[in-house]
Design a protein around this ligand. Structure first.
Ligand SMILES: Nc1ncnc2c1ncn2[C@@H]1O[C@H](COP(=O)(O)OP(=O)(O)OP(=O)(O)O)[C@@H](O)[C@H]1O
Length: 288
């Protein structure tokens, strides 16, 4: 057991659950910008089927500029939690605060990227990235183009500006979707399993690029995944959800320097500890 620390709901502790006075180090100590307290979400189907408790009792904090990963097995309510932060789903119980105020609905401060890249097939790569900026109605044509071109470079899309999405791979399409959202420079980037549908190599490259980008931006990232290795490569903090009924098992800082190599022994050690922690909150999901 190493001396790395994490926060539990009740305070700091080691991964075996014992309490330690050791303080966290190496994390961006920004103010708390999102706070969930006993958050709950119940879906009530219109067809008379019984209600679904998607989120049971979830509490966590997210700090400005941190890359936070919501990690948990399939169906534990990670996406629902992300959508509540985005203001796309209403909260059924508890509290969800953004800058100390209850989330009231969606806003331009929160950009979202889904697993299925929703691109406009009739627009080029540059046209797709310009779209979000056009919707903002804040910039003139020249500025929109300049900003979009910057994010073309930033996401490794140079040379493909005039290509149409249908001619590109899944990885390239997801790069466009990320560039389009980042170009509007939201305070929060909400990402719902954006790499889940990609092959291993493409995913690996996108994780590396996103990790680099996150290090360069002042954006607060909230990223949903059920992939332990992906979580460790990206996160400043991992919020581990239990299987349903969902709770936060632990909130764990990851202080490894970036870029992070999947085969770094320190990363493998965290991977081993995380899987052991998750194992204690048994799940039947083989991917988890
Ligand atoms: N609109 C909805 N109506 C009814 N039930 C829903 C709705 N959205 C989600 N659920 C249910 O809520 C639970 C949590 O779903 P959610 O998608 O948030 O989980 P998740 O942890 O993101 O899992 P996954 O990785 O499989 O998407 C699941 O049982 C799901 O079927």
């Amino acid at each position: 057991m190493n001396a790395r620390t994490h926060e539990t709901e009740g305070g700091l502790g080691t991964m075996d659950g014992s309490v330690t006075p050791v303080q966290e180090t190496g994390l961006a100590a920004g103010p708390i910008v999102v706070e969930a307290r006993n958050l709950r979400k119940v879906f009530t189907p219109q067809d008379g089927n019984p209600p679904v408790v998607a989120v049971e009792d979830v509490s966590f904090q997210i700090r400005r500029g941190e890359f936070t990963v919501l990690l948990g097995p399939s169906g534990c309510g990670k996406s629902t939690t992300l959508y509540m932060i985005g203001g796309f789903e209403k909260v059924s119980g508890g509290e969800l605060m953004l800058h100390g105020k209850p989330v009231a609905g969606p806003g331009p401060d929160r950009g979202i990227v889904f697993q299925d890249f929703v691109l406009f097939p009739w627009r080029t790569v540059l046209g797709n990235i310009m779209f979000g900026l056009e919707m903002m109605r804040r910039f003139d044509r020249a500025e929109i183009r300049a900003r979009a071109e910057h994010y073309v470079q930033h996401l490794g899309l140079a040379g493909f500006e005039n290509a149409y999405p249908s001619t590109l791979s899944g990885g390239m399409k997801q790069r466009i979707a990320i560039a389009r959202t980042l170009a509007t420079e939201p305070e929060f980037m909400l990402m719902d399993e954006p790499f889940a549908a990609l092959d291993a190599q493409t995913r690996d490259r996108l994780i590396a690029d996103l990790s680099r980008i996150a290090g360069e931006q002042n954006t607060t990232f909230v990223f949903v995944t059920h992939d332990v290795r992906e979580a460790i490569r990206l996160a400043d903090r991992i919020i581990v959800f239990s299987p349903r009924p969902s709770r936060v098992v632990q909130s764990i800082p990851v202080t490894l320097p970036r870029p992070r190599d999947s085969y770094d022994p320190r990363l493998l050690e965290i991977d081993r500890e995380l899987r052991s922690l998750i194992g204690r909150h048994a799940s039947d999901d083989p991917a988890f």
